[in-house]
Ligand binder design. Structure first.
Ligand code: GLN
Length: 305
């Protein structure tokens, strides 16, 4: 495995050239585009890493399946499914169009921004600060990393520029599909997106899902099986935005990407994979990261299909 990961980084680093670092959140635009790292946890808990695996980056959309898990634990699935649907959109992650045309006026799934904002509104807590603290504590607990922090500069940058998300939140509120105050819910959403990790944390959470919620180190059942099925189904059908179908064909594992450059993959009973490569393709997925997943899937026969 270690040899394979070294080769994957070496063979794919040149692809970073073909992508572009996200700059619609200005602070993300400062990231070096040639970075590329990978971490893999197998389900026995062995860790393999290569490339820029020590580099920190923000979760961005990879926070969506994690916060969805917490929302399910806080509320149960009936309340969550009242707010978000179960279908992929085939639209970009920040598209607003279906909020008006879909007759229920609720987001089609929680992996697009509109759906994730609704889900952030479901997290229990008396204030945005408490909700954010609970999300951060949850991610620290499931990764066994008490050092995880919010990148304040990235948060401030998105707070200043996130008007598309703001407009979606107001739209949802107008249709009665957002519980609570728009600014407060967006504060929680922007902060969850700004939590800083390395590829190792993504691999750990991926492996936790690969073990259907059973912790690698303690054996504790941290997520119920049903919720693992829900979260992984969303990852498989909507996790790579409007590139999810192509990813299913070329890679074939449940995965979630973020515009920070991360991709988190989970392969049932085998492994969790975390890749970081901030140069993105036009859909917002890591350009070199996609190549790594494709080659790894072929090399290790990872496709679940
Ligand atoms: N924070 C980002 C946004 O809302 C997350 C998007 C993403 O990673 N695709 O635009």
């Amino acid at each position: 495995m270690q040899k394979l990961l070294n080769e994957l980084i070496e063979n794919n680093r040149s692809y970073c050239e073909h992508g572009k670092v996200a700059n619609y959140i200005p602070e993300l635009g400062k990231t070096r585009k040639d970075l590329l790292g990978i971490s893999v946890y197998d389900i026995e808990g062995n860790l393999f890493q290569a490339g820029d695996f020590e580099h920190k980056f923000t979760l961005q959309s990879i926070s969506k399946p994690i916060v969805l898990m917490l929302a399910l634990l806080d509320n149960g699935e009936d309340i969550v499914f009242e707010k978000v649907g179960k279908e992929p959109t085939g639209d970009p992650f920040n598209s607003i169009v279906r909020l008006e045309t879909f007759n229920e006026h609720k987001p089609l799934n929680p992996m697009i921004n509109a759906g994730a904002i609704s889900v952030s509104g479901l997290i229990h807590g008396a204030s945005p600060a408490e909700k954010t603290r609970r999300i951060l504590e949850f991610i620290r607990k499931i990764t066994h990393n008490d050092g995880l922090q919010i990148n304040e500069a990235v948060f401030q940058s998105e707070l200043k520029t996130g008007d598309r998300n703001r407009s979606m939140a107001y739209f949802l509120k107008d249709f009665g599909n957002l519980g609570g105050n728009v600014d407060e819910i967006l504060e929680v959403y922007f902060k969850q997106c700004s939590i800083e990790v390395t590829s190792k944390e993504l691999a750990y959470i991926g492996a936790l899902l690969a073990r259907n919620g059973k912790d690698l180190l303690t054996g504790e059942q941290v997520f119920p099986l049903r919720y693992c099925h829900i979260v992984k189904s969303y990852m498989a059908t909507c996790g790579m935005y409007d590139g999810s179908g192509e990813f299913a064909i070329n890679v074939g594992v449940p995965a979630k990407s973020g515009v920070g450059g991360g991709i988190m993959g989970t392969v049932l009973n085998r492994m969790g994979i975390g890749v970081f490569g901030p140069a993105l393709d036009q859909k917002g997925n890591s350009f070199a990261g996609l190549r790594i997943f494709e080659q790894m899937s072929e090399e290790l026969s990872l496709s679940i299909y």
